[in-house]
Ligand binder design. Structure first.
Ligand SMILES: NC(=O)c1ccc[n+]([C@@H]2O[C@H](COP(=O)([O-])OP(=O)(O)OC[C@H]3O[C@@H](n4cnc5c(N)ncnc54)[C@H](O)[C@@H]3O)[C@@H](O)[C@H]2O)c1
Length: 284
């Protein structure tokens, strides 16, 4: 290991179980010498296995629902007390759509569910940064990261209203990142990660197909949760001090692809070239 986060203090949101991206980030941050607190919604603390991670990394767990300002204020106060000072890095690794969970099609949303999903997945990032900013809780040259997905830019029909939530989240990163950079020299970025088999990821309809399609499309293949953690560590480290307001693709190259030979070969196994189809039509 490289001691990239030696002496740094952090808050990590969203480790539910060992598949969670936040779980892998916590393990890597620990290996790189950081101290941090772990947090998740009270219900997730009951259902998940976060205490195992806390024991392994020497972290304390502080419950906080990311939709509650009161919880977040308590979290940030407690984190500074436990860690003995201001915070150097924050990971927002939170996502949930009630419409996806209930199987509502994008065209037939329940707007109360839409509001809840947006509140949890997107507005929560503003809320977290607002509490950190108002409490002047971040050290200079600190780093704040949220996780996102490319459905914010391109159409992935089954990603449903999470696509809109991610677009909002990425915009908040830029808008708040300006003030955090100008006033506190803190950088704010989003990492746009490959589809990853976690609890949140697997909730997306047709996830297995989605996963293997992305893998075949990407020249380097899908990025795993562990690889996402490695990348996140570099963005928390002092080696990336002037990277801010960015949406950074960590997806094996998927986002810049049009078609790959592997996908084309699969497609041609079940489809005829267009001219052949046209010929057939003409003969009819
Ligand atoms: N898995 C993927 O395919 C994928 C791809 C790109 C981006 N992401 C993003 O990565 C992030 C982490 O997801 P993951 O894939 O590790 O899945 P995950 O299910 O392990 O993590 C999602 C976390 O959000 C937490 N959460 C939900 N409601 C909350 C609330 N009200 N307050 C606080 N926390 C709450 C959950 O408890 C859970 O720990 C999410 O933002 C997700 O959208 C995931």
């Amino acid at each position: 290991m490289y001691n990239l986060l030696k002496g740094k203090k952090g808050i990590i949101f969203g480790a539910l179980d060992e598949k969670s991206i936040a779980w892998k980030v916590a393990e890597r941050a620990h290996e790189e010498g950081a101290t941090f607190v772990l947090t998740n919604a009270p219900v997730a603390l009951r259902l998940g296995t976060i205490t195992q991670l806390a024991e392994k990394t020497g972290a304390e767990v502080i419950p906080a629902d990311a939709t509650s300002i009161m919880d977040l204020e308590h979290l940030v106060d407690q984190a500074m007390e436990i860690l003995g000072g201001k915070i150097d890095f924050v990971l927002h690794s939170i996502g949930m759509s009630v419409n996806v969970r209930r199987g509502n099609h994008y065209t037939h949303q329940d707007y109360n569910f839409t509001k809840t999903g947006w509140d949890v997945s997107a507005l929560s990032f503003h809320r977290v940064m607002s509490v950190l900013y108002q409490k002047n809780a971040m050290n200079e040259w600190g780093s704040i990261i949220a996780l996102t997905y490319m459905a914010a830019q391109r159409v992935f029909p089954d990603y449903n209203d999470m696509a809109d939530n991610k677009a909002y989240l990425e915009s908040v990163a830029r808008s708040f990142g300006y003030f955090f950079g100008r006033d506190h020299k803190v950088r704010v970025n989003t990492i746009s990660q490959s589809p990853t088999p976690t609890t949140a990821g697997s909730g997306v309809k047709g996830f297995d197909g989605f996963l293997s399609f992305a893998d075949k499309m990407s020249p380097l293949g899908n990025a795993t949760a562990a690889e996402c953690a490695d990348y996140t560590i570099t963005l928390f480290s002092d080696l990336t001090k002037k990277v801010t307001l960015q949406n950074l693709f960590h997806d094996g190259g998927f986002s810049n692809m049009g078609i790959s030979t592997a996908i084309m070969d699969d497609f041609m196994k079940v489809n005829k070239p267009v001219e052949e189809n046209e010929d057939k039509k003409a003969k009819k």
